[in-house]
Design a protein around this ligand. Structure first.
Ligand code: GDP
Length: 309
C-alpha cells in the first residue's frame, strides 16, 4: 500500500496522480503525450518540457500537477507490474474515434482491470472524418466498460491530440478521478519509489529516472536501486533543471549509481554506505542464483529461454 507502516495519518499530504497512457497502436498515445506535455504552465523561461526521462510532470494553471509516464504502449506498465511495482494511479485509454475498439484497446482495458487501476477513456481524433464518439461508447459497453453517458461511472473525454482540443477537459477528468482516490504520501521520511528507466550513458555513467512514491529524495542521499547503489550526485527534472530535492510523485533523473538497475526495480534511501553495499551485494547474489537455477522444465520452456537470449 501507499501508507508505509511507520507513516502516521497526520503526516500524509496530498500528492499528484501518476498516469499511464495505453491504447491500440496508431490511436494517438505518443501524440497525446506530446500534446499534454505542452499544457505545462510552469515551464517559463526554462523552455518547456524538453527532456525525455521516461516520465514528466505538468503543472496546470490551477497549480494542480499530474505526472505522466512517458512510455507509450503497454510494455512499461506490464514490466513494472511483473515486478510488483504499483506506480500508476490511473490509466488513460486512448481510442481513435475513427477506428473504434481494437485488440490492443481490449488488452489495455484488461490490464487496467487486472491491476485494479481506474481508467479514463480519451476518445481521440475527434477532428478526423468519420469520427464517432457514440460508436466508441457503444463498443466499450460490449466490453463491460460503462462510461457516464451509458449509465456507468467511467469518465470519458472527446479530444484531438492533433488539434490540441479538450486537453484541459482530460486533465480535469484525471484530477477529478484522483480526488476520489485520495492520493496521499508522507513527504517527511526517507525516500522510496520505483525505477522508471535506467541506462549507461557515455561520459555520464549510469543514469536512472526515479519516481518518488513517498518521502523526499535529496542530493547526497545514499540510494539502493534494485541491485545497484550509489550516492545521488545530481538530480535533473524533465525541463533539464537541477533539483536539490524531489517530493512524492516527482520523476527525476539521477546521477551517482554504480550501475543501471532495471525498469520496475524499487529504490530506497538508506542511512549508510555500508548498508547500501550489503543490500546491493545480497541482491546481486540473488540475481546470479536465480539465473543459475532457472532450469527449463520442458522442451517448450527450453526454447522460450533460448529465444529470450
Ligand atoms: P500511437 O501509436 O498510439 O503512439 O499513435 P501516434 O501518436 O503515433 O499517432 C498515430 C497517427 O495518428 C499519427 O499519424 C498522428 O499524427 C495521428 N493522430 C494522432 N492524434 C490525432 C488526432 O487527434 N487527430 C488526427 N486526425 N490524427 C491524429
Amino acid at each position: 500500500g501507499l501508507v508505509g507502516e511507520e507513516d502516521n495519518l497526520e503526516d500524509m499530504q496530498v500528492r499528484p496522480p501518476v498516469v499511464t497512457i495505453m491504447g491500440h497502436v496508431d490511436h494517438g498515445k505518443t501524440s497525446l503525450l506530446d500534446a499534454l506535455r505542452e499544457t505545462d504552465v510552469a515551464s517559463g523561461e526554462a523552455g518547456g518540457i524538453t527532456q525525455h526521462i521516461g516520465a514528466y510532470q505538468v503543472t496546470l494553471s490551477s497549480g494542480a500537477r499530474i505526472t505522466f509516464l512517458d512510455t507509450p504502449g503497454h510494455e512499461a506498465f506490464t514490466q513494472m507490474r511483473a515486478r510488483g511495482a504499483r506506480v500508476t494511479d490511473l490509466v488513460v485509454i486512448v481510442v481513435a474515434a475513427d477506428d473504434g475498439i481494437m485488440p490492443q484497446t481490449i488488452e489495455a482495458i484488461n490490464h487496467a482491470k487486472a491491476a485494479n487501476v481506474p481508467m479514463i477513456i480519451a476518445i481521440n481524433k475527434m477532428d478526423a472524418p468519420g469520427a464517432s464518439a457514440d460508436r466508441v461508447r457503444q463498443e466499450l459497453l460490449q466490453h463491460d466498460v460503462q462510461v457516464e453517458a451509458m449509465g456507468g461511472d467511467v469518465l470519458d473525454v472527446e479530444v484531438s491530440a492533433l488539434k490540441r482540443q479538450n486537453l484541459d477537459k482530460l486533465e480535469e477528468a484525471i484530477l477529478l478521478q484522483s480526488e476520489v482516490l485520495e492520493l496521499k504520501a508522507n513527504p517527511n521520511r526517507a525516500a522510496e519509489g520505483v525505477v522508471v528507466e535506467a541506462k549507461l550513458e557515455k561520459g555520464r555513467g549510469p543514469v536512472a529516472t526515479l519516481l518518488v512514491a513517498r518521502g523526499t529524495l535529496r542530493v547526497g542521499d545514499i540510494v539502493v536501486a534494485g541491485a545497484e547503489w550509489g550516492k545521488v550526485r545530481a538530480m535533473v527534472d524533465e525541463r533539464g533543471r537541477q533539483l536539490d530535492e524531489a517530493a512524492p510523485a516527482r520523476p527525476v533523473e539521477i546521477l551517482g549509481l554504480n550501475g543501471a538497475p532495471s525498469a520496475g526495480d524499487d529504490f530506497s534511501v538508506v542511512d549508510s554506505e555500508g548498508r547500501a553495499r550489503d543490500v546491493s551485494q545480497y541482491r546481486q547474489q540473488q540475481q546470479r542464483k536465480r539465473r543459475q537455477f532457472t532450469t527449463p522444465t520442458s522442451i517448450e520452456g527450453m526454447f522460450s529461454q533460448l529465444k529470450e537470449k
